[in-house]
Design a protein around this ligand. Structure first.
Ligand code: ADP
Length: 600
């Protein structure tokens, strides 16, 4: 984008303010809504993630609980006799066979007598062992909890042990007769591979997974256990420790977003302890997966918000522009009036207060025009009326000075000289004012022809030479035979040159110089009137062509003048289709230049 575009957009202070106002007005709610939407989406997404984790954990919890209750249900054997002693060996063998059939997870099952010795045992591979005689080396398990607890009437669930074929757990339950007396204990080694498989296959999204830990914090099952083997103690991890203490981790808090125990990538986690058994179930869901959908939604919301703000930005500029159009039209109208052009009408068609303001402005311009005409009229009449008496005074003083009215004493002559000087100033002033009034009333007639400017310069030099001689100034002309014809009104061109040359002499030092030269600038002939006089300060240069301007310096004040010469000169140059400008340095001199259409 180029700088012109920026100038167009940012040129106006008011436009910027309007635009800023609308932008703030519209983008703040957009940003707030966008922010709130993002926040709500985030909160609801966190809840969704936590709910999914909790659901999966609950599902698996009931699965495990069911596995336990089923297993114990199978083990809780009730015998239909009123017997008080052990079941017969053959029957034990038969029952164990049946149990093995019933539950695929049993690795081995055994009956234990009330004295704590295993009476019958059967393995998954079909081998069995019966302890019938005294001398049989029957396993004594009387000191183990798997016997003691059921012997006291309660079901027993042991700790997980880790074998080559996977984690295994011991279950045992009392065997009762019809009278509810405990007559034996039934114990089973249960393979947990069904539970392990279920945990390992459980999935949250694409990458979320579950971990099952035993009540001591050792890993029973978990898919992602790179470098962490089954059975490894994880109780030193803070979250595992908290779960072991019975705390439930919901997946909603900031602390539930942490680095995975295994992969070390950021995850959102939840977990709980399974009531009766004391095992721990944990979910870990990598954030990159859990937040994948939400990131898409967030991006979408962000995109819509940004798009909205850009649209608001453009609309704000368009609206501000539209709002400023009438103001710009009024500004242009005011500038025209400042230039003295009262004819130009301001056109505003907005059907509102701006349009009314536009017509009020036009009416005001008409009023100003009328005032200006009245003022010009008045100035013209006043100056015109003043000229007659002043000219008469001039004539009579001249006659008195020349002695027509008799001899004049020295003192009277001195006074007369002063009166003559003052009257001369008055004549000049009135002439200047008349000229301006004429010009403003459009009464100056300018007729342009091809004029040989060399002739005009010669005549002006001739006229101003006495003035130059008085100050011992030299007048130089760098004439050119090619650059000589301009399109101008002869008398007015001479007036311009007289004004410039006489100023160059007036505001010069004794022994200085005045030089006139020309150059061609496209189709215009430029004339420079240069001097090495007192020069003009930068501040004064700005006011040079204004009405009644005279420099403030003591030097200038000593020299008589009206401050109207340069104003008239500029008017004349412009009326002939030219322009005037100056370069000057205080104390060094000035160069006034004007250009008029050249005739080739
Ligand atoms: P004035 O009647 O005072 O000469 P002008 O309009 O001709 O009025 O000039 C306005 C003022 O500009 C002068 O009073 C003077 O201060 C300054 N000025 C004009 N021409 C020159 C010049 N060549 N050098 C220095 N000052 C100048």
């Amino acid at each position: 984008m180029n700088s012109a575009f920026f100038r167009l957009i940012f040129r106006s202070e008011l436009r910027n303010k309007f635009a800023l106002f609308f932008i703030i007005l519209a983008s703040v709610p957009a940003l707030i809504l966008g922010g709130v939407a993002l926040l709500l989406i985030d909160i609801s997404h966190r809840h969704d993630v936590a709910n999914l984790e909790a659901q999966l954990i609950d599902e698996k919890t009931s699965e495990i609980e069911k596995f336990f209750s089923d297993t114990l249900g199978i083990l809780e054997l009730r015998v239909g006799f009123t017997q008080t002693s052990e079941i017969a060996s053959s029957e034990q063998k038969f029952l164990l066979e049946g149990l093995m059939e019933e539950h695929r997870a049993f690795e081995e099952v055994s009956f234990i007598g009330l004295e704590g010795r295993e009476s019958a045992k059967r393995f998954r591979d079909g081998t069995e062992f019966l302890c019938q005689r005294e001398e049989d080396e029957c396993n004594d398990v009387s000191r183990l909890p798997k016997f003691q607890i059921p012997a006291a009437g309660k079901n027993f669930i042991g700790a997980v042990s880790y074998t080559l074929s996977g984690p295994v757990i011991t279950f045992s339950a009392p065997v009762r007769n019809r009278n509810d007396d405990i007559i034996q204990v039934l114990s089973a080694e249960v393979n947990l591979s069904q539970v392990v498989r279920s945990i390992e296959n459980a999935r949250l999204g694409a990458a979320g997974h579950l971990l099952l830990l035993d009540r001591d914090g050792a890993l029973i099952a978990g898919r992602e256990h790179r470098g962490v083997g089954i059975g490894v103690d994880l109780s030193q991890f803070e979250r595992v420790g908290r779960l072991m203490e019975g705390e439930q981790l919901g997946g909603l808090d900031e602390e539930d977003r942490y680095r995975s125990i295994f992969t070390h990538e950021p995850v959102v986690g939840a977990g709980k302890r399974i009531g009766g058994i004391g095992w721990l179930l944990m979910a870990e869901w990598p954030l990159r997966d859990a937040d994948a959908i939400i990131d898409d939604v967030k991006n979408q919301v962000l995109r819509v918000t940004i798009f909205g703000i850009i649209a608001v930005l453009l609309l704000a500029f368009l609206f501000a522009n539209r709002l400023l159009q009438p103001i710009a039209a009024l500004k242009r109208g005011a500038a025209e009036i400042e230039e003295g052009n009262f004819e130009k009408q301001v056109v505003i068609r907005t059907n509102d207060e701006f349009q009314e303001l536009g017509s009020a402005f036009n009416k005001m311009a008409q009023g100003l025009k009328r005032l200006q005409e009245l003022k010009n009229e008045f100035t013209f009449i006043a100056a015109h009326e003043l000229r007659t008496p002043v000219t008469a005074i001039r004539g009579y003083i001249s006659m008195i000075r020349e002695g027509t009215a008799g001899s004049v004493s020295e003192t009277a002559r001195k006074y007369l000289d002063t009166v003559w000087e003052a009257n001369e100033r008055l004549v000049r002033l009135i002439n200047d004012i008349l000229e301006i009034a004429r010009s403003e009333a459009g009464r100056i007639k300018i007729e342009v022809f091809a004029v040989d400017i060399r002739e005009s310069v010669r005549s002006v030099f001739e006229e101003t030479k006495p003035l130059a001689d008085e100050k011992k100034l030299s007048l130089a002309y760098e004439r050119s035979d090619e650059l000589r014809l301009v399109l101008a009104d002869t008398a007015r061109l001479k007036e311009i040159l007289v004004n410039l040359v006489s100023n160059a002499i007036k505001y010069n030092r004794e022994g200085g110089w005045v030089k006139i030269s020309h150059e061609l600038e496209e189709n215009f002939l430029v004339t420079h009137v240069e001097d090495n006089g007192i020069g003009i300060s930068l501040e004064d240069q700005k006011h040079m062509f204004g009405k009644f301007f005279r420099a403030d310096s003591a030097r200038v004040q000593k020299i008589t003048g009206t401050g109207l010469g340069m104003f008239i000169t500029k008017e004349l140059v412009e009326k002939m289709g030219g322009t005037i400008w100056l370069q000057s340095e205080e104390g060094k001199g000035s160069r006034f230049s004007f250009k008029l259409p050249a005739v080739s």
